[in-house]
Design a protein around this ligand. Structure first.
Ligand code: SF4
Length: 360
């Protein structure tokens, strides 16, 4: 099935802890189960004539019914229904379009009408500008090869951003229609990619487009929501039972660091809420980029919270590859890479809080 693979991406198939925490994902990879977006298209809902509030109410109520349906299909108790013209994915798309008209995809809730070309913090309008899309071999072993699409713009302003040319619009990118992106995803799946990896910048400003892309994909492919975790409550609801994998950054252990380094007030509240809902409505991989001098203030409270609230078996990637990029020199402690002592300490703390399924 696969053209070429990293050795650890084969080995992970025999990793019981990883398989257990991402079991549905692996079944999609091997075509034993359907990606959520495929099933959403078979879940009938008639939302014609509903106003905004009615649509949200219907959506939120139906999410629970959809979960029951998904479990029945997964267990073999029920065959998936036929694709219907009016379905739950269509309802999500319609709701996302309305969010775009008064943008509240991320915690900032700028309220601009992006459909009319208005922009604010992230500078994203109604178009879908792509920096690159390619088969990524550098992600977590369970994701490789990962068909990864980098869109322009971001909802945060991390001064050490390694993708700063993308997140801060130093590139112009190329504009795509969702239907054309979907064709590329189909081809990528046929050549062996395990998933569609949505990233930027951050994928959040383009949730409407991602939903539309999934609506046009024909192949069965797992969706990976690869985000900084700063998305809003409406986005959280739209993502529920749509994303197969939530690949979420957990960047800071407190809001002071989040504001000082990433201009992200309320990060802790948004991030913890979004992780809890991700676990409830999909499967979760957490990325923690360990920052120099942020072991006690950030790394430690993060892993303590994960162990206590999400469980010791949670899949966590403890990332040591920090190096200063973009405007990192404006933050004195971020002017260097991690040292050996910090790396060892991060492992020690992760073990101490009981994490059993982490990689470095
Ligand atoms: S995605 Fe966030 S930053 Fe961008 S316009 Fe919407 S609310 Fe503002």
């Amino acid at each position: 099935m696969f053209r070429e693979l990293r050795p650890d991406s084969i080995a992970v198939l025999y990793d019981k802890k990883c398989r257990a925490s991402l079991s549905r994902y692996f079944d999609i990879v091997f075509d034993k189960r359907l990606a959520r977006f495929k099933l959403l298209k078979t879940f009938f809902v008639d939302f014609q004539g509903m106003n905004n509030a009615e649509m949200w109410r219907a959506h939120n109520n139906l999410i629970e019914d959809f979960r029951d349906y998904l479990e029945e299909v997964d267990s073999g108790a029920k065959e998936p229904c036929e694709v219907t013209k009016s379905n739950l994915l269509g309802l999500k798309i319609e709701l996302a379009k309305r969010v775009l008209e008064r943008c509240a995809f991320c915690t900032r809730a700028c309220s601009v009408n992006r459909l009319k070309g208005e922009t604010k913090y992230c500078r994203c309008d109604a178009s879908f500008p792509v920096s690159t899309m390619f088969d990524h071999y550098g992600e977590e072993p369970e994701l490789v090869p990962s068909f990864t699409i980098f869109t322009l713009g971001c909802t945060m302003r991390c001064l050490h951003c390694q993708n700063w040319t993308i997140s801060q619009w130093y590139e112009s990118g190329a504009l795509y229609e969702p239907e054309d992106v979907a064709k590329g995803v189909d081809v990528a799946r046929v050549r062996g990619c395990r998933n569609l990896n949505m990233v930027g910048g951050d994928p959040t400003p383009y949730l409407y487009h991602w939903l539309r892309i999934s609506n046009s994909i024909k192949e069965n492919i797992a969706t990976v929501w690869n985000s900084n975790s700063y998305y809003s409550h409406p986005s959280l609801r739209l993502l529920a039972e749509w994303a197969d994998i939530y690949l979420l950054d957990f960047k800071y252990g407190n809001n002071d660091c989040a504001v000082r380094i990433s201009d992200a007030p309320g990060y802790w509240e948004a991030c913890t809420r979004n992780h809890l809902v991700a676990k409830e409505h999909g499967e979760l991989i957490i990325r923690i980029l360990v920052l120099p001098n942020h072991i006690e203030c950030c790394f430690k409270p993060i892993v303590e919270w994960i162990s206590k609230n999400l469980g010791r078996e949670t899949r966590v990637n403890v990332m040591w590859q920090y190096s200063p990029h973009w405007r990192a020199d404006e933050v004195p402690e971020l002017r260097r890479r991690l040292n050996r002592e910090e790396m060892e300490k991060s492992i020690h703390i992760a073990k101490e809080v009981g994490l059993e399924n982490f990689i470095t």
